[in-house]
Write a protein that binds this ligand. Structure first.
Ligand SMILES: Nc1ncnc2c1ncn2[C@@H]1O[C@H](COP(=O)(O)OP(=O)(O)O)[C@@H](O)[C@H]1O
Ligand SMILES: [Mg+2]
Length: 285
């Protein structure tokens, strides 16, 4: 079965719920302009002839943790890059605080990015700087704070993530889990209103994944804000989500409160959210 056929099959024949959600998303898009801090409308993106995002509609909930779950290669990172304005849509819009990112000037867009904290897969630390300087970097770059003020914030954030004693270490001297925590501390120093996580659990063992999930929840409790986590790990989604979106082949096939998603009777959602269960409508293609 080709990808195209299987998608038609998925949306048109066996899973009426999928179409309903899309209709809801379309209805919601008429309420655009500032209802939510991040709104995605009819987002399309292709690389060459390969269509990655195929008409995404999605509002991220303020002061909530929304998880976008999907198999690898399905467009999760591409979606995040659109949200933070690193990629420009082929069609559609990404609204941040009520404004289309791509109708802003370059300067406004870069101001807007300061309101984001972003934690990419590997923590994306600067290898040449120690942990302290990595975490201090956004403050030195974007503010005119004194080194004393910076020290107070950086120390607090490093303590939050359990790295108070590791501040002088270089990134290559610490474990994968510590790198992620350092990246998280750096993502929080500017007190962002929106925090994006790209597979925060990748490469971590189950125990460290659980600890990182707890840390994400604890930091969200403390700082509030719109948290968006993309992952392919169902257990992570189960632990941290207020809302869950299921992304499959560049389309949002389900969106709603996490508790509802995990109790859904819909075969597609059930298969998606039951780890390891291969029987069901979702094929490997
Ligand atoms: N800059 C790019 N140029 C070409 N193809 C890309 C680019 N970025 C992503 N892709 C492709 O888009 C698809 C989705 O990628 P991605 O969003 O990274 O998936 P994931 O859901 O695993 O995060 C993949 O097939 C990937 O190869
Ligand atoms: Mg990715």
């Amino acid at each position: 079965m080709s990808a195209h056929e299987s998608t038609a099959h998925l949306t048109d024949v066996r899973f009426p719920g999928v179409g309903d959600h899309r209709a809801n998303a379309e209805a919601a898009s008429h309420n655009y302009r500032g209802q939510h801090s991040v709104e995605v409308h009819d987002l399309y993106k292709a690389f060459g002839s390969f269509e990655v995002l195929r008409g995404l509609n999605l509002n991220f909930m303020d002061d909530a943790v929304t998880t976008i779950l999907g198999p690898s290669g399905t467009g999760k990172s591409v979606l995040l890059k659109h949200v933070v304005g690193l990629l420009e849509p082929d069609a559609g819009e990404v609204g941040v605080f009520g404004r289309d990112i791509w109708s802003m000037s370059e300067r406004e867009r870069s101001e807007m990015r300061k309101r984001f904290g972003v934690l990419f897969q590997d923590g994306a630390l600067f290898g040449s700087m120690n942990i302290y300087d990595n975490v201090a970097f956004p403050l030195r770059k974007n503010t005119d704070m004194s080194e004393d003020e910076i020290r107070e914030i950086v120390t607090r954030r490093l303590n939050d993530v359990g790295l108070g004693a590791a501040d002088t270490k270089a990134p290559n001297e610490i474990s994968g889990g510590m790198k992620k925590r350092a990246g998280f501390a750096r993502a929080l120093v500017m007190e962002p209103e929106i925090v994006l996580f790209d597979e925060p659990d990748s490469g971590l063992d189950p125990v460290r994944t659980r600890l990182l999930c707890e840390l994400i929840l604890q930091m969200h409790e403390q700082h509030k804000g719109t948290y968006v986590v993309v992952t392919h790990d169902i257990e992570t989604a189960r632990k941290i989500s207020d809302y869950i979106g299921l992304l499959w082949k560049g389309e949002l096939v389900h969106f709603g409160p996490a508790a509802e998603a995990f109790e859904s009777d819909e075969p597609f959602v059930r298969q998606f959210l039951s780890s390891g269960e291969s029987a069901g409508p979702l094929g490997m293609d």
